[in-house]
Design a protein around this ligand. Structure first.
Ligand SMILES: NC(=O)c1ccc[n+]([C@@H]2O[C@H](COP(=O)([O-])OP(=O)(O)OC[C@H]3O[C@@H](n4cnc5c(N)ncnc54)[C@H](O)[C@@H]3O)[C@@H](O)[C@H]2O)c1
Length: 414
């Protein structure tokens, strides 16, 4: 399953780092993520061995990386010599047996627990005992992946965002059995690669895919309840909230199916917590094949070039309605309601000890391009105000979705 991040920030420049003494890096799975991660590791100076199960796929991925590097040269972001050097460091391999002894192996095969478990057992068998074994999983528990590894203390998550050469954020995920020393080692390595690592426990959705849930869910519920139409909700979050995209247009961009799958996975993994119950609104879109931009129609209709089509579904924001809703009662204010729930979710994650407040804010700014981190936002709004808002929402919409985090009022975050 894919992660559901926002449109990537394309302003970061590719940089070629000096070589590191860490040794070769193995990458298993030469798809979208594996190829990007291989490019990042090679740009940081590592020899990289790239493996795929499909014969020839790793070699094709190396060609794709070559084209990506050429585009960077054309744009003046990388010298031709550096591009050649980076590419020469990447060697395709046909099987895990062909991998050299590595300092780190990163697995980026499809989101299938049995497959990942098998690969980790093979890697643990064939790689030296101090090789760090990392998974790029977006949603699977690290401890489950490490299940068949005899020394699971060296297994951790390195959750890169798409596309890895552009996106700075990496969630360094530790399972129950991961040794702290390996986590710290991975954090240092990601820093050396020019990334911004954040530490996170292996909680459903990790930081970004967990804290972002209400951004989508509140907007869907507001439209579902007929409080406002999609274009008005998106306009409010963009223009009044400063988000780069509104939540509904963003789910069309990500793909309604992908966004629903991530949300459903978090819901299932939290024992079907009411906070994450998928909306009928989104389920119906997916059932109708209205997947978003990629299918030409989702919440909005799209022209062949991907622009919002000139149909009724394109919708114009109702600015008079927006003016009445924003600053009005919390139950019908798309902005205040969304912010309150984002803050509540973020505060809960921190209170459970799953990530630090600073790391949550960094992850949300870099992984989703929110204009502010939700903890900083909560401080600005006032955690006591957010607690009252969530309690009001709970009164308006009972059922357990709107539970104020105890940490909003216990003073631990002020
Ligand atoms: N695409 C994203 O936006 C994104 C973002 C973050 C994390 N992830 C995670 O990264 C992982 C890979 O995602 P992706 O989008 O690159 O998938 P993908 O389908 O593009 O690539 C997966 C590759 O793994 C190969 N593969 C399958 N079985 C294999 C095996 N036994 N040994 C070696 N290679 C094998 C496939 O041939 C394919 O080339 C998944 O866990 C996904 O959840 C994806």
């Amino acid at each position: 399953m894919d992660t559901d991040v926002t449109e990537p920030d394309r302003t970061n420049k590719e940089t070629a780092h000096e070589g590191s003494s860490f040794g070769p890096v193995g990458v298993v799975g030469a798809g979208a993520m594996g190829a990007g991660i291989a490019q990042v590791a090679a740009s940081a100076g590592h020899a990289v061995a790239l493996v795929d199960a499909v014969p020839g796929a790793a070699a094709t991925a190396v060609e794709r990386i070559g084209s990506a590097l050429s585009r960077l040269v054309d744009k003046g972001r990388l010298s031709a010599d550096d591009a050649t050097a980076v590419l020469q460091r990447i060697t395709p391999a046909e099987s895990i047996d062909e991998l050299p002894h590595c300092g780190l192996v990163i697995e980026a095969v499809p989101e299938d627990l049995d497959l990942k478990r098998r690969i980790f057992a093979e890697l643990a068998d064939r790689q030296p005992p101090n090789t760090v074994l990392a998974t790029n999983t977006s949603s699977i528990d690290i401890d489950d992946v490490a299940d068949e590894v005899t020394d699971p203390e060296r297994v951790l998550g390195l959750h890169f965002f798409n596309p890895p050469p552009v996106m700075k954020l990496v969630e360094v995920v530790h399972g129950e059995r991961t040794a702290d020393a390996y986590v710290e080692h991975a954090v240092a390595l990601m820093n050396a690669w020019g990334k911004t690592p954040v530490r996170c426990r292996s909680t459903p959705g990790f930081i970004v895919n967990r804290v972002a849930r209400p951004f989508y869910g509140e907007a869907q519920r507001i439209v579902e309840a007929g409080i406002a139409d999609a274009a008005t909700v998106d306009w409010i979050l963009r223009e009044k909230g400063g988000f780069p995209m509104g939540p509904l247009e963003l789910t069309d961009f990500i793909g309604q199916d992908v966004n629903l799958a991530v949300g459903t996975s978090v819901w299932e993994q939290t024992g079907r917590d009411e906070r994450y119950t998928p909306t009928a609104f989104q389920q119906e879109l997916v059932e109708a094949g209205r997947l978003g931009r990629k299918s030409g129609r989702g919440i909005y209709a799209y022209a062949a070039d991907g622009s919002v089509g000139a149909s009724a579904e394109a919708g114009e924001p109702d600015l008079e309605l927006a003016g009445r809703l924003v600053g009005g009662p919390i139950a019908t204010d798309p902005l205040a309601r969304t912010l309150a729930m984002l803050v509540n979710e973020a505060v809960d994650l921190v209170a459970r000890g799953e990530a630090s407040a600073d790391d949550v804010d960094t992850a949300m700014r870099l992984g989703t391009r929110y204009p502010k981190g939700p903890i900083a936002w909560g401080r600005e709004i006032g955690f006591d105000v957010v607690a009252r808002q969530v309690a009001e929402l709970d009164e308006a919409y009972p059922g357990g979705r709107y539970r104020p985090s105890p940490a909003l009022t216990d003073g631990s975050l002020s």
